[in-house]
Design a protein around this ligand. Structure first.
Ligand code: ATP
Ligand code: MG
Length: 327
């Protein structure tokens, strides 16, 4: 894997006490769609801002596109959609794109053509003469994505690109991301929409309280929890469960909090037939049986619960702070 982002030990303490990042290691390969997820206040945007040189890290080793983190010249090859962006409301969609194109050093004629192409790509072609102030949240987000592509970037960094975008717009954005990947670009995105990430990401990292707790492909991260699941119409009591588990050669049960679902650690349908026989003998109605893998949402909840990530900013010695000036 050729790394496009390769960072180690990234730390950020705001105002000498808010430990937003506590030693983040992360590698993103060329041509990947990489998803960073985590609860509110986990430190995702802080990490993005450090990579985009918007804020300085307290500690950081590593590179982005082969250059040291903090190198301003590297930004020429990066497209960035910031979280909560505020483009001037008096500019039209086209003017925003042309403005960012000009800042990236694209010649006037080229940037006009590029702006038209990108406005079409994000479905805003017919709105190009309207001012941003008249756009909905999702429309501003689409223009924000287009602006991140003006400089023909090798790496595209998107902080919650589908925030406020309707379902068909989210599907359009997924298609755009896949198209960008097919062109050989690398995409790094933050999102809370786990089902969206599950559909497009090659790899994900889950961050809780300023540390990456797990990273890899969704298959890798859920492999040891894949198994045969049987769901029943009524909850299973302890006596039925012990009738099942005491049968010879039964695969091990994976813990399931849901009493109408049992999951066996096996991918062999044959081996769970005795369990089905036992349930039927006890007149239990089986609603479904099949091979199941935890969803990204299941995995996220497990990682967050394990690391007590339910409270934003609940890092020892630090309180959730109001986001303000970049310090
Ligand atoms: N400028 C700032 N000054 C002080 N504290 C800050 C600042 N920006 C962020 N923080 C704090 O740093 C921590 C991480 O915030 P960050 O915005 O990186 O989280 P996040 O994972 O992006 O959250 P969300 O999912 O809500 O966008 C939080 O505790 C936050 O309050
Ligand atoms: Mg954020």
């Amino acid at each position: 894997m050729t790394p496009v982002i390769d960072i180690k030990g990234v730390e950020k303490t705001y105002k000498k006490r808010i430990k937003a990042l506590r030693g983040v290691d992360m590698t993103v390969g060329k041509g990947e769609i990489f998803g960073l997820l985590g609860p509110n206040g986990a430190g995702k945007s802080t990490l993005v801002k450090i990579m985009m040189t918007v804020i300085s890290p307290s500690k950081c080793q590593g590179t982005v596109l082969g250059n040291k983190v903090g190198d301003k010249a590297t930004l020429r090859h990066i497209g960035y959609l910031p979280e909560h962006h505020r483009f001037p409301p008096y500019l039209t969609g086209r003017q925003v794109l042309e403005h960012f194109g000009a800042m990236s050093g694209i010649k006037r004629k080229q940037r006009k053509a590029k702006a038209s192409e990108l406005l079409e790509l994000v479905g805003m072609g017919s709105w190009h003469k309207d001012k941003l102030g008249s756009y909905s949240k999702g429309m501003r987000q689409r223009v924000g994505l287009a602006q991140a592509l003006m400089n023909d970037p090798k790496l595209v960094v998107l902080d919650e690109p589908t925030d406020g975008v309707d379902p068909s717009g989210r599907r359009d954005i997924r298609n755009i991301l896949t198209h960008l990947k097919d062109e050989g670009r690398t995409i790094f995105l933050n999102s809370h929409l786990l089902s969206e990430l599950e559909m497009v990401c090659d790899r994900v990292a889950i961050m809780v309280h300023g540390l990456v707790r797990t990273q890899g492909t969704i298959e890798e991260l859920t492999a040891d929890q894949a198994g045969y699941a049987i769901t029943t119409s009524t909850p299973l009591d302890q006596s039925i469960l012990s009738q099942i588990t005491t049968q010879p050669n039964m695969p091990k049960l994976i813990e399931s909090k849901d009493q109408t679902k049992i999951i066996f650690k096996t991918d062999n349908a044959e081996s769970i037939q005795p369990a089905i026989d036992t349930l039927r003998k006890n007149n239990i109605t089986i609603e479904s049986a099949g091979l199941k893998r935890p969803s990204l949402e299941d995995l996220f909840m497990q990682v967050v619960d394990k690391n007590d990530g339910s409270k934003p900013g609940a890092i020892s010695g630090a309180k959730a702070s109001k986001k303000g000036a970049n310090s």
